[in-house]
Design a protein around this ligand. Structure first.
Ligand SMILES: CC/C=C\CC/C=C/CC(=O)SCCNC(=O)CCNC(=O)[C@H](O)C(C)(C)COP(=O)(O)OP(=O)(O)OC[C@H]1O[C@@H](n2cnc3c(N)ncnc32)[C@H](O)[C@@H]1OP(=O)(O)O
Length: 292
């Protein structure tokens, strides 16, 4: 089996062609001709590997438009017969800081609903995709950012960053579908329960030891090479069987989610609008500002 390893040109012809194709797709599905705003996508036609780069400074915080854009790109890549997807960040410090908390503070219920439904859809799309998925975690990734990493099949992280799910710390329960996602990576229930109830955040090196990530890479370039090698290690003839097997492993979690989608939304809306949670959220946002 020949595993092709190459660095993708950041602004190559291939990238431009794919971006315009996606823009046409968005125009068809949303009625607007606006191109992707918060991501760049490049596809290596020789390897069939796509790199989706998160680019919403300063923290790649997730709002509904950003999450919709990521999910639509994944769906489009599935149709284009790409074999694999690498998720990474344009920032040198932050892979993804989770939900955009500024948009969760003192927001209308309809806005909060839009955010949560977009988060649910993004999780479902990434967790269920037949594509071979690798998160190249080149910065801190917490909460919803942890979700992106853990929903991928393989995680490569750069040293000296943080990864974890800290929802309880901000006053909210971890949704069942995210617990299932965590257990898919850390099957030791006691460790998983402790991590999620205590909002445990791991440093890269410790995350590797705990099995939360699969490899450390010294640089983003090395990480990209390792990600391409991982995806290319699956022979072409195995891809359909591989995708069916992946689906079977994840089917129960996906069904649980579908059975409880509405209830999950109601729990979020009820929690996030509680005065004590909103008040804590305000203080938390202030503390993030004061750090600067
Ligand atoms: C109350 C619960 C709300 C929703 C519940 C539902 C649960 C959903 C899951 C979630 O995703 S909740 C999101 C939880 N996220 C966090 O708690 C992350 C908070 N951020 C951090 O811990 C740190 O920023 C970091 C470790 C990610 C990066 O640290 P560092 O490199 O030192 O950067 P700064 O802290 O200086 O941040 C840079 C810049 O980004 C802004 N920012 C950071 N996180 C968010 C965020 N989640 N939403 C909006 N904005 C965020 C931060 O304020 C700084 O902005 P400046 O304008 O001051 O540059």
């Amino acid at each position: 089996m020949a595993a092709r390893i190459m660095n993708l040109p950041k602004h190559g012809l291939c990238h431009l062609m794919r971006t315009s194709a996606l823009a046409r797709h968005y125009a068809g599905s949303t009625g607007s001709a606006s191109p992707p705003q918060f991501t760049t996508l490049s596809v290596d036609d020789k390897t069939g590997i796509a790199t989706l780069t998160l680019n919403r400074p300063p923290a790649n915080a997730l709002n509904a438009a950003f999450m919709g854009e990521i999910a639509r790109s994944i769906k489009e890549l599935e149709k284009s017969k790409c074999r694999g997807l690498i998720l990474t960040s344009s920032s040198e410090r932050i892979f993804c800081a989770g939900l955009d908390l500024k948009e969760c503070y003192q927001a209308e219920a309809s806005h909060l609903q839009g955010i949560w439904v977009a988060l649910q859809n993004l999780w479902h799309t990434l967790y269920s995709t037949p594509l071979i998925t690798v998160a190249l975690i080149n910065g801190h990734t917490v909460a919803g950012g942890g979700m992106l990493a853990l929903s991928s099949e393989y995680r490569i992280m750069l040293p000296n960053f943080k990864i974890g799910i800290n929802e309880t710390m901000v006053g909210l329960a971890v949704p069942m579908w995210l617990i299932d996602t965590y257990l898919n990576v850390i099957p030791n229930r006691r460790v998983a329960e402790w991590d999620l109830t205590a909002s445990r955040i791991y440093k890269s090196e410790h995350a590797l030891k705990a099995g939360l990530v699969d490899e450390l890479a010294a640089s983003k370039e090395q990480g990209l090479e390792r990600a391409v090698a991982f995806i290319s290690s699956y022979p072409k003839h195995s891809l359909v069987a591989r995708a069916i097997t992946k689906r079977q492993f994840r089917e129960k979690d996906l069904k649980n989610f579908e059975d409880n989608r509405q209830h999950d939304l109601e729990i979020f809306l009820s929690n996030i609008q509680k005065p004590n949670v909103q008040s804590y959220l305000g203080e938390y946002l202030e503390s993030l500002k004061k750090k600067a």
